[in-house]
Design a protein around this ligand. Structure first.
Ligand SMILES: NC(=O)c1ccc[n+]([C@@H]2O[C@H](COP(=O)([O-])OP(=O)(O)OC[C@H]3O[C@@H](n4cnc5c(N)ncnc54)[C@H](OP(=O)(O)O)[C@@H]3O)[C@@H](O)[C@H]2O)c1
Length: 294
């Protein structure tokens, strides 16, 4: 498994190590950009399946570090696929809802037209195309809005901000200082998607492996929300109800990369093939919060 120390990779590694022999390799062991490294790793480990959870995932940084982003998210996928082709090694690879432009009004199906609006999405789409053209034995999983115990993510960011604000409010109260108003957080309300817990995604990958699923699959937790709605729920579930969340437009944040306004992925194919539905994002969030220290 490549990228087994990342946010998704670490949950995948734990899940799939039950009942499978999994060899984990992250950046310290192998830089997947160098073609020779992939060749050597395959020779040494002789895998039946290569799971690639490694990626360049900082969406804003991709806008300026375009070359590095394409090297990891596209060229490395080409290397892996070329090295697996003759040996018929199965490849499991991950992609993103950001391959879509977000103009749809209903969930994106696996074969809907891709049209990314940022460099990260373009690099991930290029990786998808290499995989599809070079491998006859692949599972390509598109997912969205990931959070997990390992790795920086939106839930963690909201909790850190909430903790800092609560600390200031407590300090104000102790010193009789006058606050300007209730603690507030501004969060965008014009991007809608499906938050997905990496532990649930890892279990879903296990199911798809059991079914020997081939081709593209969407996998996210069930249901949709905006980042604003997600933030409100995070604060409610973790006891920071006093913090007020203000919905704002994405344009107010002036982030380097554009994000799709609507990037919900259709889950019918996953349900049809596995016979299982993913749990709603609200329940997944509760599970995650039980597994972290708030
Ligand atoms: N995060 C999301 O919200 C999201 C949403 C949709 C899809 N996805 C996709 O899901 C997959 C997993 O994402 P994630 O958020 O779990 O990623 P992550 O936490 O950023 O982990 C990626 C891992 O890949 C490693 N890596 C980066 N460059 C490498 C290289 N050249 N060689 C070897 N390893 C390298 C990283 O190491 P370092 O940390 O040392 O750089 C890290 O351990 C990716 O394919 C991503 O595109 C993510």
């Amino acid at each position: 498994m490549l990228g087994h120390k990342g946010m998704l990779g670490s949950d995948l590694f734990s899940k799939l190590s039950i009942g499978h022999e999994v060899v984990g390799m992250d950046k310290e062991e192998i830089d997947i950009v160098a073609a020779d490294n992939c060749k050597k790793a395959i020779k040494e480990t002789e895998p039946d399946i290569i799971i690639n959870a490694a990626a360049y995932t900082n969406v804003d940084d991709c806008e300026t570090a375009k070359e590095e982003c394409f090297a990891v998210n596209a060229e490395a996928v080409k290397n892996i696929a070329e090295n697996c082709r003759d040996k018929d090694i199965r490849i499991i690879h991950f992609s993103t809802d950001y391959v879509f432009n977000g103009k749809a009004k209903q969930p994106y199906k696996e074969d809907d037209k891709c049209n990314p609006i940022n460099v990260y999405g373009q690099s991930k789409l290029a990786g998808e195309k290499y995989l599809q053209s070079l491998s006859k034995n692949y599972l390509l999983i598109r997912t969205s809005w990931l959070y997990g115990v390992k790795g920086k993510n939106f839930v963690q960011t909201i909790l850190e901000k909430a903790k800092a604000k609560s600390f200031i409010d407590d300090a104000m109260a102790r010193t009789n200082a006058k606050a300007d108003g209730p603690s507030m957080l501004s969060v965008v309300d014009d991007q809608v998607g499906s938050p997905t817990y990496t532990k649930d995604l890892a279990a879903a990958v296990g199911l798809l492996i059991e079914k020997n699923a081939q081709g593209i699959f969407n996998v996210t937790n069930r249901g949709t929300c905006s980042w604003y709605q997600f933030a409100v729920r995070i604060l409610k579930e973790s006891g920071f109800d006093k913090i007020k969340v203000i919905p704002i437009k994405s344009s107010k944040l002036k982030r380097p990369a554009k994000r799709p306004a609507y990037s919900v992925l259709d889950m019918h194919k996953f349900i049809q093939v596995t016979g299982k539905a993913m749990q709603p994002w609200q329940l997944a969030l509760q599970d995650y919060l039980k597994n972290i220290k708030i």
